[in-house]
Ligand binder design. Structure first.
Ligand SMILES: [Zn+2]
Length: 172
């Protein structure tokens, strides 16, 4: 297993819609393992394949660090099939390090996809799992948390973040 490089905003691949996976072969299995390793090493609760430069519909999620007794999930071609309620909470993204913002999401979601063996699975998510499922599936559609903010907030973010990155690079 290997830790992959996580693509950071504003890299273009993060805006790209990921392609459906037709063949769950050894290559995909390997990618899943590397993505799990990368997610844990970055201490994230989820990671989408385009975040590591592979524009394919695949994500891994593990919210057990924050919420007990939730299994590690690898989902291929995931789709949200049902949403209920709305809840706002603070959210971050491994591709926008150091930034947190409040995002409105559905409170409960039902997602469908294939597991790493290619078997259809359905996942019901509430709490952080619901949020992570929506966040990762957004990634696969080329959407970041900033695309879920109001246009005014987004403009403000873009100006501030450029400055923030510059400051980080110059070591201030
Ligand atoms: Zn993210």
């Amino acid at each position: 297993m290997a830790v992959l490089e996580i693509k950071k905003y504003p890299e273009k691949i993060l805006k790209q819609k990921a392609a459906f996976i037709n063949n769950i072969d050894a290559h995909i299995q390997h990618l899943i393992d590397d993505m799990i390793e990368t997610m844990y090493s970055a201490r994230g609760v989820g990671l989408a394949a385009n975040q590591v430069g592979i524009p394919k519909r695949l994500c891994v999620i593990d919210v057990s660090l924050k919420e007990d007794k939730k299994p590690l999930i690898a989902l291929i071609n995931p789709l949200i099939i049902e949403k209920e309620g709305t809840v706002e909470a603070e959210e971050g993204c491994l591709s926008i390090p150091g930034y947190m913002t409040n995002i409105k999401r559905a409170e409960r979601v039902y997602a469908r996809g294939l597991n790493r063996e290619g078997k259809p699975v359905e996942i019901e998510g509430t709490g952080l799992l619901a949020r992570a499922l929506q966040h990762e599936i957004d990634h696969l559609d080329g959407l970041l948390i900033i695309d879920r903010m109001s246009p005014i907030k987004r403009e403000f973010f873009k100006r501030r973040y450029k400055k923030f990155v510059k400051e980080m690079k110059s070591g201030r």
